[in-house]
Design a protein around this ligand. Structure first.
Ligand code: OGA
Ligand code: NI
Length: 395
């Protein structure tokens, strides 16, 4: 079992196993049963980062202090012209790609070299973008009791949360969040969406509808750039049964931003992420050639990035790149990360058209449900998961 040997080298605390006969050979990580049982609840009481921040404490608690090697360098003089590619999507519609060849090429290079790009003229109304972000900002400014009614658990993560992963004593990130399902409709449950502010459910619904459409349009461009049929990736995602969820991130002001992170380095486990950043406060950094580059968002742009499932389906032609979020002492930050994901229970593996004798499949099949269990138990951990799946000798 070369794959499991390889994986356990990279993930020493997890021992993967291959399921036996009668089942597809999905790779599963075997977590200690105590960890799986504990999925029902958090390992220790939850502290809202926003409450800590608002208490005005002068120093952050130890739980949020990152090891030296992970700490950000704040105010590092960065050259202003380094940014992720900015792409104008004028011409891209639900029925046709309609983009100039140069733009299609720009998207191809961005997916291969950065794993990230930002898009303008994407077809989503700027007014809807502002309403979505500001409605959610208002949610986080509600009294704590109103938010606590939606407190989440590690079983599904839906609701109001303050940590990822259930490792007792883990170092935590300086953020709170709200997580909800938009698709499939069987998982969409308005009772798990905030009833207040008044507009929240309605705006989130409208926003979700537009972002699913935008995700579908971008997926087509990703396909043609790989020489695939326009709907190939969509089909691999489960066609109309694909998944979509929203994580609203809230990064409160932090008295010691140089010691912690708003969100630790990670790659997104899903398909495609479409992020609405805070228009006033930068914070998202992407790793490029070993350096952290702070993204400077264009007005009313979305930041799009490739997730691990598209890296797998594209047989690593496209890269899911590590990113993280830094915080600051002067301003809170709100972002909406919309995850466009494969259906949760179908095997995801490199598409056959991209596999040949010269380019063997780099990853074994695995369902998205199995895959994301890792992050749900362990929290954000760079790219350790997708890398650990790679077959030996294929780097
Ligand atoms: C995420 C993420 C970045 C941000 O939610 O996965 O990377 O700017 N968010 O909040
Ligand atoms: Ni992310």
């Amino acid at each position: 079992m070369p794959i499991s040997m390889h994986s356990s080298q990279i993930l020493p605390c997890l021992s993967p196993l291959l399921l036996q006969k009668g089942r597809s050979p999905f790779l599963l990580f075997e977590f200690p049963s105590c960890m799986m049982n504990n999925l029902l609840d958090w390992p220790e009481p939850i502290i809202r980062v926003q409450s800590l921040s608002e208490s005005g404490l002068p120093a952050i608690p130890h739980r949020y202090m990152k090891p030296l090697s992970d700490r950000p360098v704040i105010n590092w003089p960065e050259s202003c012209d380094v940014n992720i590619p900015l792409i104008d999507l004028t011409g891209l519609s639900d029925d046709k790609i309609g983009l100039p060849p140069r733009t299609v090429d720009q998207i191809f290079s961005a997916c291969r070299e950065w794993g990230f790009f930002q898009v303008v003229n994407h077809g989503v109304s700027p007014d809807l973008m502002d309403r979505a972000r500001e409605t959610w900002r208002s949610f986080f400014h509600l009294p704590m009791e109103s938010k606590q009614a939606y407190a989440n658990s590690p079983k599904t993560y839906e609701g109001y949360g303050s940590r990822l992963g259930i490792e007792k004593g883990a170092i935590l990130d300086w953020s709170d969040y709200y997580y909800l399902h938009y698709l499939p409709s069987t998982l969409k449950d308005y009772n798990k969406w905030p009833a207040s502010p008044d507009s929240c459910r309605e705006v989130t619904d409208e926003y979700g509808k537009e972002l699913v459409k935008l995700g579908g349009r971008i997926m087509k461009v990703l396909c043609v750039n790989l020489g695939l049929k326009e709907d190939r990736l969509q089909h691999a995602f489960g066609g109309d049964n694909l998944g979509a969820c929203l994580r609203v991130n809230f990064y409160p002001k932090c008295p010691q931003p140089d010691l912690t992170l708003g969100l630790s380095s990670h790659s997104d486990p899903g398909g495609l992420t479409i992020l609405l950043p805070d228009h006033q406060v930068p914070g998202l950094q992407v790793l490029k050639n070993g350096r952290w580059i702070t993204i400077k968002p264009a007005p009313h742009a979305f930041i799009v990035n490739i997730g691990d499932q598209i890296q797998v389906l594209s047989n690593a032609n496209y890269k899911s790149v590590e990113h993280r979020v830094i915080v600051n002492s002067g301003m809170e930050r709100v972002s909406l990360a919309f995850f466009y994901n494969p259906k949760n229970d179908i095997p995801i593996k490199p598409v056959e058209e991209l596999v040949s004798e010269d380019k063997p499949a780099l990853y074994p099949p695995m369902t998205f449900d199995e895959y994301r269990l890792f992050i749900r138990l362990k929290g954000p951990k760079g790219k350790s998961q997708v890398e650990s799946l790679k077959s030996p000798g294929c780097h």
